[in-house]
Design a protein around this ligand. Structure first.
Ligand code: FAD
Length: 283
């Protein structure tokens, strides 16, 4: 999936259980014009099971829009048999790219017990369905549950060695954190491509929710934007987009392997960011 030039990918989440899968089609059609290298589809992200249809949405992306789809596969609440069934369902619609994850915890729900960490899921997929290309997650600001960075990088190395083909980072707002993290991965001998996850934060509630779930720190520069523009929707949107564009241009000029835009179904925002960065990304 990785080519010589910088990869550009997007992430969407499926419609809520109460909506039909097709509700996402207008969003996907808008994203299609960006022609991303792939679009990934979440499953149970944010510790909620209010969403379904990951496979159906991935099917629309891959087979109707003809853009490579990556299905997120969190292991925590799935048995080995459920994972195999999901992979086989994906294979039957020509999707053999997955993002293997431990998964966000769902309050009060008991884990299935077969996969406690993503490395176990990666090894299981590699062993049982070797035709799949496996991506996984990593954390430039350190995962919130890790003892420390040394522990987190050690766990990441174990996960990559289990069969990961490429990594996608958690969102971050400070590029220096990414460069420091990249150096740590190189020292640890982690040599797979690492895509940088960028989230355009265009409203205060969204930022509060995201930073609470992910534990990602907000740099001073970003807090100043929020403090000044939080009550002005248009200004906050423009400033959030400009911040993301600035991050992307810096990352691409420093040779990042790829940009994964957490566009979260805001096709207009993704399009605007693409328009302002694609000449840099494609150069
Ligand atoms: P792991 O790699 O298992 O790491 C989790 C923690 O355990 C880390 O602290 C790590 O250091 C430690 N650890 C890892 N392996 C071991 C081990 N063998 N023994 C002891 N400790 C270990 N969640 C969803 O539910 N659905 C989604 O669709 C989704 N999409 C995501 C997409 C991206 C790009 C990212 C970055 C995250 C996504 N998440 C999603 C969230 C993710 O599930 C959480 O961040 C989760 O807390 C960790 O997942 P992981 O796969 O990185 O876990």
């Amino acid at each position: 999936m990785f080519k010589q030039k910088t990869v550009f990918s997007l992430e969407v989440f499926p419609p809520k259980k109460t909506s039909p899968t097709a509700a996402i089609l207008p969003t996907l059609e808008q994203l299609q014009s960006i022609n991303p290298d792939f679009i990934s589809v979440t499953l149970g992200a944010g510790g909620t099971d209010h969403y379904n249809g990951t496979v159906s949405v991935a099917d629309l992306i891959q087979n109707q829009l003809h853009i490579p789809a990556v299905a997120h596969v969190p292991g925590l609440y799935q048995t080995k048999q459920q994972v195999l069934d999901l992979l086989d369902k994906l294979s039957s619609i020509n999707i053999e790219n997955v993002l293997a994850l431990r998964g966000d915890r769902i309050p009060d729900k008991q884990p299935a017990g077969d996969f406690n960490h993503a490395n176990e899921l990666v090894a299981f997929i590699k062993q049982n369905r070797p035709n799949f290309s496996i991506a996984s997650a990593c954390y430039p600001n350190c995962h919130t549950e890790a003892v420390d960075f040394v522990d987190d990088i050690g766990n990441l190395k174990r996960k990559v060695d289990a069969g990961v083909d490429h990594l996608i980072t958690q969102l971050f707002f400070d590029n220096q954190a990414f460069y420091d993290f990249k150096e740590k991965t190189e020292i640890a001998g982690i040599n797979v491509p690492i895509e940088a996850g960028i989230m355009p934060c265009t409203n205060r509630n969204q930022i509060a929710r995201i930073t609470q779930i992910s534990g990602v720190p907000l740099p001073k520069k970003f807090r100043a934007i929020m403090d000044r523009y939080q009550d002005n929707k248009e200004a906050m949107r423009d400033a959030g987009i400009a911040f993301a564009v600035d991050q992307i241009i810096d990352l691409v000029s420093q040779g990042v392997d790829g940009i994964h835009l957490y566009s979260m179904n805001h096709a207009g925002i993704a399009r605007q960011i693409w328009e302002e960065t694609h000449s840099v990304i494609e150069a």
